[in-house]
Design a protein around this ligand. Structure first.
Ligand code: AKB
Length: 327
């Protein structure tokens, strides 16, 4: 196993987390050393102009291999995934992309003697039988969504590759991620991003979960820091590998709306729960991330009001410039 991360591949680089992660990695490791890949969605001009980009399909091993060989890849951040809401509409697609994509990446890590693989998990790995408050790291994993099933399998698969083949695989359970840059797609926590855009655009929003739905959330700068910090942590200090709880803040949809109202007093919110309510209800309200804090020094920086201020500043500026929704 090599020790250095020199040539990095990001799958799902056009997605919500992947797009900002790619830019952060390019800043840190050099633009040409971070190869961005996506499946179908057109990448932003920023992503295209700042370094290499390829369209690949992670479910087809050959398309992955072309880019790995060409750029002598030694590290993969495997961000490509079908999220919870789309996963419930298309469970076979969710299984195919999330599981076959992950095993292709892990097999490639063996074949090309890679340094490291990062495969994120999610709070979706938990289910209704899991303790709902301050959910421990090592607890009951019985998800009721296909996305959650693939996330538990992904965690176990990653740990299996660590134990069986000595591959360095790491992963963390993301809460809902909020950012002002790339919109999320197909998740249950997407309301926590949409609400900011609609507050700025229309001054009103109809939320697809109930007012008292409380979920763990995180602002993107913390998410990027956590992902890179875990990737750079000393392997010898890790007792866990692919299943780190990660927390920053937890709030209900009503508390989120109240935070926005501090800046937009006449903001109106209605609640009209749809099929995503059941998914949200199966997930924890808050997370105990003490294992991540102990094993690799995780410490979040952002809270709800600080995030709201930053989100609204960014989105209002873009709205004034006529480009609230980035291309
Ligand atoms: C989703 O809502 O599906 C994701 C997640 C919590 O993993 N944002």
């Amino acid at each position: 196993m090599k020790a250095e991360m020199k040539n990095i591949l990001v799958t799902g680089a056009v997605g919500q987390i992947g797009s900002e992660l790619t830019m952060a990695l390019r800043k840190k490791y050099g633009a040409d050393n971070v190869v961005a890949t996506g499946r179908k969605t057109e990448p932003s001009q920023e992503l295209l102009d700042s370094g290499p980009f390829y369209f690949i399909d992670v479910t087809e091993r050959a398309s992955l291999d072309v880019v790995i060989k060409k750029h002598n890849i030694d590290t993969i951040y495997h961000m490509a995934a079908i999220l919870s809401a789309v996963g419930e509409k298309h469970p076979h697609l969710c299984w195919d992309v999330n599981m076959n994509g992950s095993i292709n990446v892990l097999d490639a890590a063996i074949d090309y003697n890679m340094t490291r693989v990062i495969i994120p998990s999610s709070i979706a790995a938990f289910g209704p039988d899991t303790p709902i408050e301050n959910t421990p790291n090592d607890t009951i994993l019985r998800p009721t969504t296909m996305y959650g099933v693939t996330k538990v399998c992904g965690e176990r698969l990653g740990d299996y590759f660590v134990q069986k083949f000595g591959i360095d695989v790491r992963g963390l359970r993301y809460p809902g991620i909020i950012s002002a840059e790339t919109l999320p797609g197909g998740g249950t926590t997407d309301y926590a991003v949409e609400i900011y855009y609609k507050a700025v655009e229309d001054g009103k929003y109809t939320c697809f979960v109930s007012e008292d739905t409380r979920l763990p959330m995180m602002y993107m700068p913390d998410c990027i820091d956590a992902t890179i910090d875990l990737a750079e942590a000393d392997f010898a200090k890790l007792k866990h590998h692919c299943d780190f709880n990660l927390a920053s803040m937890s709030f209900s949809a009503g508390e989120l709306a109240a935070s926005i109202k501090k800046y937009i007093p006449d903001f109106e919110v209605k609640y009209d729960p749809d099929y995503r309510q059941e998914i949200a209800d199966s997930w924890p309200s808050s997370i105990d991330d003490s294992v991540a804090r102990q094993e690799w020094g995780w410490k979040p920086e952002w809270n709800l009001d600080k995030m709201t201020k930053d989100m609204l500043e960014k989105l209002r500026k873009r709205h004034r410039e006529g480009r609230l929704y980035k291309k």
